[in-house]
Design a protein around this ligand. Structure first.
Ligand code: FAD
Length: 187
């Protein structure tokens, strides 16, 4: 049983995984390696002068793994409710999760299969997004969404930030109190 299964390892998903794993939550990321970010050349990500999309995505996954997140390559085909949480089915395996974060970028097909409430996208070239509240909650309790699929502006700093925001909300809900992750510079 994973505390959190995250679908998608782009900036939104890997950023969420970094936070949940660092908070000690058993975290799995399932990704099918179709991140649109891999086509980008990026000069507008605060704190990073310039970076290729593939390098940003790879570093994000390495950061999440460093804190204990597991990352597997597979396509998630369904999410169904169980007694204690959710069953996440992929073309390779199936996993049990207490919480699920959908971070599938421009891909809304899985969300539609699962019965998550969608609405028309507002960003250029984004047809369909999930109907989420300010915390990132979908219409199914325990399933959250972050990044492009959650309708935020399609920029790496924003999708990564949204993944972090949603992860902090998930961690806070699991812990029963607001969570903050601050490391202090050693003098
Ligand atoms: C050509 C191009 C140039 C860009 N240039 C810039 C730029 O200069 N600056 C900037 O800030 N932004 C840029 N962007 C935008 C930026 O890449 C995106 O806005 C943002 O990073 C998307 O992050 P995401 O995590 O939401 O989605 P993605 O990075 O697309 O990640 C989604 C992940 O979910 C996975 N996935 C989807 N469905 C499933 C499933 N069913 N099962 C398993 N895995 C699944 C995919 O494989 C993918 O890895 C550019 C985009 C493009 C296309």
């Amino acid at each position: 049983m994973f505390d959190v299964v995250i679908i998608g390892a782009g900036p939104a998903g890997a950023s969420a995984a970094l936070f949940t794993a660092k908070a000690g939550k058993k975290t799995l990321v399932v990704d099918n390696d179709k991140s649109i970010t891999k086509r980008a050349w990026i000069e507008n990500h605060y704190g990073v002068k310039e970076v290729t999309g593939p390098a940003l995505v790879e570093t994000g996954k390495e950061q999440a793994k460093k804190f204990g997140a597991e990352i597997v390559q597979a396509t998630v085909t369904n999410i169904s409710k169980t007694e204690n949480g959710f069953r996440v089915e992929s073309d390779q395996n199936q996993y049990e999760a207490k919480h699920v974060i959908v971070a599938t970028g421009m891909m809304a097909d899985l969300a539609e299969t699962v019965g998550l409430k969608t609405k028309p996208g507002t960003e250029p070239r984004i047809k369909t997004i999930l109907d989420v509240d300010a915390a990132g909650k979908t219409n199914i309790q325990g399933i959250w969404a972050a990044g492009t699929i959650a309708g935020v502006s399609m920029h790496t700093i924003i999708t990564a930030g949204d993944g972090a925001k949603v992860a902090i909300n998930v961690i806070s809900e699991i812990n029963g109190e607001r969570y903050v992750d601050h490391d202090i510079l050693k003098s």
